[in-house]
Design a protein around this ligand. Structure first.
Ligand SMILES: [Zn+2]
Ligand SMILES: [Zn+2]
Length: 219
């Protein structure tokens, strides 16, 4: 966002008294100069701690920074919500921010899961963990609900495990052993290697046919 459009955006928000961006995201109390002293102090410190970033991002305009950093979702909550624990105070020293402002506070957010489309809460505790322990970029967001995230993780684990086993089996594969070839096919099926599934299925069919012929000959 250019300096001009950023300052326009802030102006528009300030010109709309009941804009959703002008209320505390937790208690919906209207933003005033004296119900956000905690975040205001944080911004003042940010300008001191990261002067070059501050100068670059806000062109040194502290008033603009104050409005931008405390507006809407991007990290503010009123003093009452911060002291009651309804919002969590953020520590920007631990966050990875560069072309996006850091969080000053975390509040529960309702998002829609990209996989199952259901609503889920991206909790303030999770956000703190994401941005200050795992050090994800501040503009990264949760896109899946917890259940879908767990499913995706489990799927990945199955995939990696199948890949490992397939490699092991292939290293000592007996191409005349029906059981081994069948196992390899099912492992490749789990890793989505369609070409390999097709290739080894061809071999398996031949093996089965041969074994059937031998069986018939013996009779
Ligand atoms: Zn509040
Ligand atoms: Zn989901």
């Amino acid at each position: 966002m250019s300096f001009k459009s950023l300052s326009e955006a802030v102006k528009n928000i300030l010109a709309t008294p009941k804009s959703p961006d002008n209320v505390c995201p937790v208690c919906r109390s209207e933003r005033t100069t004296d119900n956000r002293t905690v975040v205001r102090d944080k911004i003042a410190n940010l300008a001191i701690d990261f002067p070059r970033w501050f100068e670059f991002f806000y062109r040194g305009d502290e008033a603009l920074a104050f409005d931008y950093l405390t507006r809407g979702k991007h990290g503010w909550a009123c003093d009452a919500c911060l002291s009651s624990g309804a919002a969590l105070l953020a520590d920007y020293h631990k966050q990875d921010f560069c072309d996006w402002p850091p969080y000053l506070a975390y509040t529960d957010e309702t998002l829609n899961c990209r996989t199952c489309q259901s609503e889920f809460i991206f909790t303030k505790e999770e956000q703190l963990y994401w941005y200050e322990t795992l050090c994800f970029l501040v503009q990264s967001r949760a896109v899946n609900c917890e259940r879908c995230r767990n499913d995706i993780r489990a799927e990945k684990k199955t995939y990696t495990e199948a890949q490992k086993q397939a490699q092991l089996l292939k290293a000592s594969l007996d191409l005349t052993d029906i059981e081994q070839v069948s196992t390899l096919i099912s492992l490749y099926d789990q890793t989505g290697s369609h070409k390999k599934v097709k290739y080894y299925t061809g071999i398996l069919m031949k093996l089965k046919k041969n074994s059937q012929n031998r069986h018939n000959d013996n009779e």
